[in-house]
Design a protein around this ligand. Sequence first.
Ligand code: FDM
Ligand code: MG
Length: 227
Amino acid sequence: MATKPSRGAFIVIEGLDRSGKSTQAATLLERLQSRNIPVKFHKFPDRVTPIGQMIDSYLRSKSDLDDHVIHLLFSANRWELAATVEQTLNSGTHIVCDRYAFSGIAFTASKPSQIPFEWCRTPDISLPAPDLILYLDISPNKAKERGGYGEERYEQEEMQTRVREVYRRMREETMAVGSNRESENRPQWVEIDAGRSVEDVGKEIWIHVEPFVQPSGISKPIGRLWM
Ligand code: FDM
Ligand code: MG
């Protein structure tokens, strides 16, 4: 049995649609579970809650909502799980999370309505911050070739191209030296070339995750987004 760490690590996987997030999340979960490392999985949007059902209906174009409203619903959908996330981490269980607030900003800020980046970021301020962001980078062109595209809103190459640009901006801001936050309390943003085989991407992900899931655990407190 692995010993329980002081607190669990919060690991978020981000990327464009068809970048392989869900596959890699499943692989990572199996890796951890096979080592008896306690881990829980979350996925945003969580389409099960009442708010999640509204989001699901919007994404499948069954309903229409103002761009600000849907943005706030995505954020609310994270807030309704925030206390659970904290409890889970504090109990020593790690969390692997498929999409988080970075998706929220990247997609809304990429819309033709040109909602300002700072406005997009505001509702998620002070959510539990991830310790590690695994950004699966893929060109929209290559993602499109993987098929299964075009069934939901946002699954168009033009939109995905803009989304990738916003992700780049967030990566730069997260890694920027000279931000007023302590560097050790800053989430670590790792960019992974997701255009390779499932195995190769999985191996690289594990190299980055392993230091975060040691039995000694994580001693620093849970961070807050953008604070
Ligand atoms: N999405 C996801 C957003 O626009 N905002 C958010 O806050 C989140 C979490 O929802 F196109 C978008 C991203 C994607 C769509 O996500 C559904 P999945 O991972 O394909 O289910
Ligand atoms: Mg999708």
